[in-house]
Design a binder for this molecule. Sequence first.
Ligand code: G6P
Length: 612
Amino acid sequence: MCGIVAYIGEREAYPILIKGLQRLEYRGYDSAGVALVSNRLNVYKSKGKVADLVALAGQSDRTGTVGIGHTRWATHGEPNDINAHPHYSGSRKTVIIHNGIIENYASLKAELKNRGHVFESDTDTEVLVHLIEDIQQREGVALDEAVRIALNNVVGAYAIVILNEDNPDELIAARKSSPLVIGVGENELFVASDATPIVEYTKNVVYLDDEQVAVLHRNGKYHIRTIHNKEITPYIQELQLQLEAIEKGGFDHFMLKEIWEQPRSIKDSMRGRLNSTEGVVALGGIREYMNKFVNADRILIVGCGTSWHAGLVGEYLFEDLARIPVEVEYASEFRYRNPVIGEKDVVIAISQSGETADTLAAIELAKSKGATIFGVCNVVGSSIARATHAGSYTHAGPEIGVASTKAFTAQVTVLTLMALMLGHRRGTITETHYFELLSELEAIPAKVERILKLNDQIRYLAGIFKDARNFLYLGRSYTFPVALEGALKLKEISYIHAEGYPAAEMKHGPIALIDEEMPVVVIATKGASYEKVVSNIQEVKARKGKIIAVVTEGDEAVKGMADHVIEIPETDEKLAPLVTVIPLQLLAYHIAVMRDCNVDQPRNLAKSVTVE
Ligand code: G6P
């Protein structure tokens, strides 16, 4: 949540900041702002998107070769112009941008008010910049030292960048629990929440660690120390990110591009890890912990949103193939409910961004109880990837659309590889079935490719159902999590109320909602529960619900009952989530487009939820 970008060097900062903010808008888009120093400090900020900020800044003085920019997802204080970042210190000489939450801001604010500070906004961020200036004045120290001292008094999470009017040759950046990366160019430096604003200028980056403060100079030099005053030798990494990966590449929306990328992204999640002829699954990232994994008493899976849905698929896979008991938990519940965790438990934390605050906290809790923690993350070098003992990246490439698509299929692919590997090692899966599943998994990308060809049919269905007020999604066994995911996609981007349910459980509630107005998406592909799902379809039909069924190619039985069928290629039911989710992603996408919704940036949501 909240995007940060900053620049210091020889170029004009404003265009770099605006372009960077546009790239970071997926992190939040309640308001946006920039601060630049040329002859004086100029701050422009506005409610709404980066486009609104550009309109506001208009023809005003936007010059300056140093500047900071912010796009906000509101936590403290409603999203309005005043609460937008950057925020001024009391003297209006220093400005700050911030991602995170200062949890003890209320007590700090009260203390500062007692000392005569006056606040303009309702934000925790403004408190921090006042605190910094207060320390600077009271203790007569330099700004960077005041920042360091202030951060020792702060409880919470922060990624901050600070700029001072009187010292435009310096920027100060710091982080704790919210990501921040420094781009190191020739006589210029960048700071951002992720590398996307940086990649076109330099490939050399330094990821700040928790409780580190960096001072960036105009000549391209920078120094890092911890808030406890320990010098740090920076580790410069080369970015692997390609510019094309973060651009729309001819698609109308990132979400559509990302749906379309799935044949490749699924392949990338398996690349170098699967040899179906030799029967080898190799996950290098967890190799060292293989014994722990194979002998685990229990697997706990934690995640949020779509990642939690992928975790549910993981539960079915691990129990089915490896016969290890699994529990899947919302990270936000797990972290606060005093769970029983033992040293023989393996916890798998799933997260596209690798920055989700609740998932990160769940990891810390499980770690403190001695469990072994694996990460299944998409963003390389992210906080979760670094906080875990080991892990397997999903390698789906950057996902920009707020509604997760290719990250889900990549997560499920990695979990499938893990479950197959574990089942094989534990001898809980027959050799024949193991080999069958490996080659079936390899065949999935081509099947997804074929499903994407149904785009026109699905767009047509979207046209029929776009005005529905409610949707029900039903699945059973491996496709139950897909029903949840299909419903989540629709509500996230089209604002139509949708519920995912286990098909049989429908009888215990949602069936009361069914009438001729209610579209019911049923995943009825071939598998052990097929006959049961067919019965559930009849139950819906008897109540006049409109059935859109996702079926296996050639299925005649359901065709005779459903109002519409989407026929997809056959696969083993254990791999069904990877194919059945694709038409549901497309259905949600087209409905949202037809309803004129902002597909890539749905209201109130953010891609990376770095607050609890
Ligand atoms: C937000 C995003 C979702 C995502 C969830 C978990 O809600 O909008 O798309 O599934 O966070 O994020 P993570 O990065 O941990 O997978």
